[in-house]
Design a protein around this ligand. Structure first.
Ligand code: P6P
Length: 335
């Protein structure tokens, strides 16, 4: 008899025993993310039909034009988490400040905070390119029973309890880790169920794809220019292939499955680059390291960087370990 794939719900329960003294809160948190992902997936896949794509006519803190689906996805994740009384605080790319959640009994008794980019790459929705949700989970560090503080969110990436992404593409996948490996689940839309499709995901030590917006080449630091030339030169397994979708989740997911490096570097006009440390780079750094890859700002391990601001940006080099190491060598030599 064909072996039935385990569902995400069954997997979450099974993995709960990985953590001694587990109270089941993290399982409930993952289950609420599972529900929100299904709701957003359904709307993203209708975007062309329902008047829900296109601009919302407002800007978020990044000064980016908020797409209607950005706002919808943000609301869905926030409401699902609040209704289930699971987290004591949420920080989102779409919200200027973090949200404190006291709980129905106003006891501030929940122990997790969640940071997210609810719909990254949403400018691609109108052209039917894959987009994604990125999330990162920490234990609060302020005392339970009190309102959350900014410090609960400004934690180093090494403190993450869990991280993951949802990619809304040709299929919807949820990929996440709790620090004991990385697993991918594919949504069967007919059943509304995520099934384990990519157990124990690992990224190749060396890939042959480099992913960077070369339109900004002139603005790049010399080390990045040197690495791009290295990728393009004749040599062992080179020239590499250039692939850039312009949707972070899609670019990294492809590299996860095929091997490769994604780079969003600092530049003359944007020294800190574009991507945010807390809810884009740290979760993907946790994810890629669990898959055997590497993530840095070109010099420092992403997950060791001490955050200072909720929406701070950081240069980002992420992917196959040997490729990131080669890129870091170019950055070091060009210093
Ligand atoms: P650029 C989307 O806006 C995003 O944040 C990431 O998803 C994507 O990788 C990057 O920006 C693309 O930025 O400057 O190359 O268009």
């Amino acid at each position: 008899m064909e072996q039935r794939h385990i569902t995400l719900g069954e997997f979450i329960i099974k993995k709960q025993t990985d953590f001694a003294y587990s109270t089941g809160e993290l399982s409930r948190l993952m289950n609420s993310i599972r529900l929100a992902a299904k709701i957003v997936s359904q709307k993203v896949n209708q975007a062309g039909l329902v008047d829900i794509s296109g601009s919302f006519g407002k800007e978020n803190i990044q000064g980016e034009d908020q797409q209607k689906l950005d706002v919808f996805a943000n609301d869905v994740f926030i409401q699902t988490l609040i209704n289930r009384e699971i987290v004591c605080g949420i920080a989102s790319e779409e919200n200027d400040d973090f949200i404190c959640i006291p709980g129905r009994d106003k006891s501030y008794s929940n122990k997790y905070v969640l940071l997210m980019d609810p719909l990254d790459g949403s400018s691609n929705i109108d052209v039917n390119v894959s987009v994604g949700t990125i999330f990162s989970i920490y234990h609060r560090i302020s005392p339970i029973g009190t309102p959350v503080t900014k410090e609960d969110f400004l934690q180093k990436g090494v403190n993450q309890v869990a991280a993951g992404y949802v990619i809304y593409g040709s299929s919807t996948m949820l990929v996440y880790t709790t620090g004991k490996g990385l697993n991918g689940f594919t949504l069967d839309p007919a059943l509304g169920t995520f099934f384990l499709s990519h157990p124990d995901m690992k990224i190749k030590e060396e890939g042959y794809i480099y992913s960077i917006n070369e339109g900004n080449y002139i603005q790049f630091p010399q080390g990045v220019k040197d690495y791009i030339k290295y990728c393009q030169a004749e040599g062992d397994n080179r020239p590499y292939t250039a692939r850039y979708i312009g949707s972070l989740v899609a670019d990294i997911h492809r590299n996860m499955l095929k091997g490769g490096i994604y780079i969003y570097p600092g530049s003359a006009n944007r020294p800190e680059g574009k991507l945010r440390l807390l809810y884009e780079c740290n979760p993907f750094a946790f994810i890629i390291e669990q898959a055997g890859g590497k993530a840095s700002d070109g010099f420092r391990r992403i997950m060791e960087i001490e955050p200072t601001e909720l929406h701070q940006r950081i240069p980002f080099f992420c992917g196959s370990k040997k490729m990131v190491t080669d890129a870091e060598a170019c950055m070091q030599n060009a210093k």
